[in-house]
Design a protein around this ligand. Structure first.
Ligand code: FAD
Length: 373
């Protein structure tokens, strides 16, 4: 497979690189990380850089998947904030949504004007998601939803939630799970932020008490929720789909700058930076190949994305662990290295969110290697 840039991609890359020089933004005083990333998403959208591989009829650019990798590479190399994480939120609509739902929800998702969250996990349904017990009871042309979700990232900022709820028999496991778009301003939703070890409150608990949701907000048919959830998490495990290639690229660049700030880089530090670069490049080429193959085969992501999640977690955690070693006590001060301790702590969560590492390894053993359960 030839991964060198075609003339079209080279031209795109060069245009994006030039654009980034003039448009990268910095956080405003008191601006939350979530709102900063939302603002950056909107700036990128206005520049024409969002939804590159999405269909043109829904506001995308209709380009090949390879452009998503280039977007990540160039954003990372420029040190700009992360590429938007729209991939895993909206793809379900392309596959399962009605035409009306696509027209209603995709433009706001792509432009960054609407913020979305993912209400899957519950107190007794994380790795064992099929154990979820939030219920959606049909009442005429609407549903009434009651239950609790937890660890919902950005719920306090979200306009909409993709929510899984049980419409079938209690205890029905994968069967009888349905997916809904729930407007977060609906009456009966109580969102309570959880403060994490980083000191930030990225995720929240959500309580639903008899929340009314129109039938037209159900995605797919009743009982399609499990397949929709599996497709959504498969996209979530792709480093370009969630913008993590750009995040790692920017972090590596910043780390190199900090380590060499006094003009001297000890040999062991050079080796460590070299090792990180190799891991990052392996991940990048893996993702490029994965996306190219998916396009060539006209296939949707499946269990193979567990391999991507493991590779992504490896780069994230190796990078941030190395950063603590290389930056030393400066991560405990208020100087330029100070944010790295928080970033390191967050990287530990990579082996949990989007499906834990043990669960990914189980999927690889059973579904890719064909081993018995
Ligand atoms: C930063 C962050 C953001 C998140 N954002 C969201 C979000 O936006 N929306 C959402 O719905 N959820 C979100 N989650 C929740 C996440 O999906 C769950 O935490 C994850 O699925 C694990 O579930 P759990 O926490 O209940 O742990 P458990 O399922 O209780 O697992 C506990 C431990 O047991 C292990 N384990 C469980 N089952 C098995 C098994 N069969 N074999 C081997 N080991 C096993 C796990 O690997 C883990 O180490 C987020 C989590 C984090 C950390």
């Amino acid at each position: 497979m030839d991964f060198s840039d075609s003339s079209e991609i080279a031209e795109f890359r060069s245009g994006l690189r030039t654009w980034l020089v003039d448009h990268t933004i910095t956080p405003e005083a008191e601006e939350s990380e979530a709102m900063f990333l939302k603002r950056w998403h909107q700036v990128l959208f206005r520049g024409g850089w969002v939804g590159l591989s999405w269909p043109t009829e829904y506001g995308g650019k209709g380009l090949s998947n390879a452009y998503d990798v280039v977007l990540n590479e160039e954003i990372g190399a420029s040190g700009a904030p992360d590429a938007p994480r729209i991939g895993y939120m909206g793809r379900a609509f392309l596959q399962w949504g009605t035409e009306e739902q696509r027209e209603r929800f995709l433009p706001g998702l792509l432009s960054g004007d609407d913020y979305w969250c993912q209400g899957f996990s519950e107190p007794n349904a994380g790795s064992d998601l099929a154990n979820l017990s939030t219920r959606a009871v049909k009442d005429g042309d609407r549903y009434r939803i009651t239950g609790q979700k937890v660890w919902t990232s950005y719920a306090e900022y979200a306009d909409y939630c993709i929510l899984l709820a049980r419409t079938g028999e209690p205890g029905g496991r994968h069967k009888g799970v349905s997916a809904f778009v729930v407007p977060m301003k609906s009456a009966g939703i109580d969102v309570r932020p959880i403060v994490a070890a980083t000191g930030e409150s990225e995720f929240c608990e959500m309580f639903f008490e008899d929340v009314e949701v129109a039938e037209e907000n159900r995605i797919g048919a009743e009982g399609d929720g499990w397949a929709i959830a599996m497709m959504t998490v498969a996209y979530e495990r792709g480093a370009a789909d969630v913008g993590y290639l750009s995040k790692f690229g920017a972090a590596l660049g910043e780390l190199r700058t900090l380590v060499s700030s006094d003009g001297h880089v000890p040999p062991l530090a050079r080796q460590r930076l070299g090792e990180l670069e190799v891991r990052f490049r392996v991940l990048t080429e893996h993702v490029r190949r994965r996306l190219t193959e998916r396009e060539q085969n006209d296939s949707l992501p499946g269990p193979e994305m567990s391999v991507d999640k493991i590779l992504m977690t490896d780069v994230d955690q190796t990078l941030h662990r190395a950063a603590l070693e290389l930056l030393g006590p400066s991560v405990l001060t208020t100087g330029p290295g100070s944010r790295w301790l928080e970033k390191y702590i967050y990287s530990r969560a990579a082996s949990i969110y989007g499906g834990s590492e043990q669960v990914q390894l189980n999927i690889i053993a059973q579904r890719l290697l064909g081993m018995p359960r």
